[in-house]
Design a protein around this ligand. Structure first.
Ligand code: C5P
Length: 227
């Protein structure tokens, strides 16, 4: 299981400080909306200067019409990131269009589909999708696999059943991880590391439990020992 550290701090300087503190570890760095909108491609270059071996997960959760999503995916190709994500609810046609466009490149990043945000409670999810989380995420995962994606973003609670209905090689990436039972914050479906391992999660995403700790390096070390 691999660790993605979410770089969700309020300023570029604080994010870079965190990257420096954890630079000796073999981890992925997750760059989300706030950071990418504010700091852009330059930020990616600055990270690579600190340690060129860091793998980058660009978490922009694309959701638009198929052609616009595929155009954006091609622009992402130019950034040299290792993984990015799109919304499964954009539909099979959009997901397939993205993957078809990426076919012409020799080496492409991993592409994952977001199923249900881990901040959703069952009720909140039902209001929007009119289905329960478990059955809808299974459906999204199947559609993502059929569209040629590499895996999905889901909560740890869906990982095992998704692997069953897709394939054990179809990846799951799970945010909402509270490694040692820390405060859930706005997340609603949180799991710890032992559980994530048990259900064959490929990537865990951890943000606040690392960057809000007084000793982020120690937390990363402890997570990696258990992963
Ligand atoms: O601080 P925390 O560990 O909750 O951070 C989780 C990260 O994962 C945040 O950057 C959040 O945007 C992201 N994320 C999520 N749920 C998803 C997809 C991404 O929490 N389904």
């Amino acid at each position: 299981m691999e660790l993605c550290v979410a770089l969700d701090l309020p300023t570029k300087e604080e994010n870079l400080q965190l990257v420096k503190i954890i630079k000796k570890y073999n981890v992925w760095l997750k760059i989300g909306l706030r950071t990418y909108i504010r700091d852009g491609e330059d930020f990616l270059l600055e990270i690579k200067k600190i340690n060129p071996d860091f793998k980058i997960f660009l978490d922009l959760k694309l959701y638009d019409i198929p052609n616009t999503m595929a155009d954006a995916a091609e622009s992402i190709m130019g950034l040299g990131v290792d993984m990015f994500n799109i919304h499964a609810s954009a539909g099979k046609r959009a997901m397939s269009e993205v993957m078809t466009r990426l076919k012409k490149y020799k080496k492409r990043p991993l592409v994952l589909a977001v199923t249900a945000l881990t901040s959703f409670s069952e009720d909140e999810f039902n209001t929007i999708y009119e289905k329960n989380i478990a059955s809808k995420t299974n459906q999204f995962a199947k559609e993502a696999m059929e569209s040629g994606l590499d895996g999905v973003v889901c909560s740890a609670f869906e990982s095992e059943s998704i692997k069953k209905i897709t394939s054990k090689d179809f990846m799951t990436l799970t945010p909402g991880i509270r490694p040692f039972g820390e405060d859930a914050g706005d997340q609603r479906r949180v799991a710890d590391i032992a559980f994530a391992k048990e259900v064959f999660v490929d990537f865990i995403v951890v943000g606040r439990p690392i960057y809000q700790d007084a000793n982020p390096s120690q937390v990363v070390k402890k997570i990696l020992e258990l992963s």
